[in-house]
Design a protein around this ligand. Structure first.
Ligand code: FAD
Length: 308
């Protein structure tokens, strides 16, 4: 739903002005967020927009700041659970070409936060630049990957970040590098800003060898992820020295069901949302699995999926 509209502040299209009506951009009201997520569940955003460039993004961010309207960015939506009530603020998606550029400046690559991670990985591999190929199976955008320091056994994206351009809550832009950047286990200190773009440090390597390595990784990742189902999300972070999947299995939690949400038995760290599933089903399932692991194994799993 992308409509230049007037609406009341409750999100129903109507005749009352929105706080964004004087801005030269399209803002939707009551935009359903489920289609923007992998799980495909959850309610609507009160306001939603896809700015065409950094200046447009700054206008929206500044307006939200001035009017105390909560603002969130949605990337590929592969790691968020939208509540049934939706999100009572502005949701921004960096889908415009201005945010999706991929520029090779060997041995570095400069990418927009809205670029799909898989596109960045293949561009680097084609250019004969190594470092990102193990991330090929991770869905989502560069922005989402940086905020959550996406990665796996072969390393994390944070290992390669040289510099990040971010937008602050007042619409100002700044470059962060070195000590100003911290990447931990599935988190970073970029969680209170909007990531606009980043510069990744890679290494020259033979493109054919890299392609083979990337293909191998792609096959392994595909075999480790739920096949043929799109409505999935990863439930928990891997605790140090173990995997969430093995703990869920050991705790006998693979058969837990909540409404239309189930554990994906072959890859038991994934929740599957079946037709008719609600956001509450998913949330309950994650809570119940976590409780089972706590009761049976005395281990507190940390949720990976972020509830808005
Ligand atoms: C099948 C499957 C396999 C997965 N495998 C892995 C894996 O191997 N390793 C791994 O680490 N994760 C994995 N994940 C989880 C998920 O894909 C990653 O966390 C991914 O990096 C999220 O990116 P996204 O663009 O979809 O982010 P979203 O889900 O859209 O957002 C996640 C968070 O990032 C924020 N965000 C997004 N873009 C920006 C931005 N530009 N600026 C500021 N904040 C932003 C959002 O506000 C939100 O807080 C998997 C998920 C699925 C469904």
């Amino acid at each position: 739903m992308t409509q230049r509209t007037t609406a009341d502040e409750g999100g129903t299209p109507g005749s009352v002005a929105t706080p964004f009506d004087d801005l030269p951009m399209a803002v939707s009201v009551a935009e359903p967020l489920a289609p923007h997520t992998w799980l495909g569940v959850g309610g609507a955003a009160r306001f939603f927009c896809e700015p065409v460039d950094v200046a447009a993004l700054a206008r929206v961010v500044r307006r939200c700041h001035e009017r105390s309207i909560p603002l969130r960015v949605i990337g590929g939506g592969s790691n968020v659970l939208i509540p049934t009530a939706g999100f009572a603020g502005m949701v921004v998606r960096l889908s415009a070409p201005a945010f999706s550029s991929i520029e090779v400046q060997r041995p570095e690559i400069v990418v927009g936060a809205g670029a799909k991670l898989v596109h960045v990985v293949s561009a680097a591999v084609q250019a004969g630049l190594s470092g990102l190929e193990t991330l090929v199976g991770i869905p989502g955008t560069v922005g989402g990957a940086l905020v959550g320091n996406a990665g796996g056994r072969g390393g994390d994206i944070g290992d390669h970040v040289r510099e990040v351009s971010v937008m602050l809550p007042d619409g100002g832009v700044e470059l962060r590098s070195g000590a100003a950047l911290t990447f931990g286990s599935r988190w970073s200190n970029l969680d209170d800003v909007i990531v606009i773009s980043c510069r990744l440090q890679l290494e020259d390597e033979d493109s054919d060898l890299l392609t083979k390595r990337m293909q191998k990784r792609w096959i392994v990742d595909r075999s480790e992820q739920p096949a043929g189902v799109r409505s999935v999300a990863m439930m928990f972070k891997d605790p140090h020295g173990s995997t969430a999947e093995s703990l869920v299995t050991q705790a006998g939690a693979r058969d837990i069901r909540a409404g239309e949400a189930t554990v994906h038995a072959p890859r038991s760290n994934f929740v599957v949302a079946h037709p008719g599933c609600s956001s509450d089903d998913v949330r309950l399932l994650v809570e119940n699995v976590r409780a089972r692991v706590r009761e049976r194994l005395g281990i507190e799993l940390t949720p990976q999926i972020e509830v808005w």
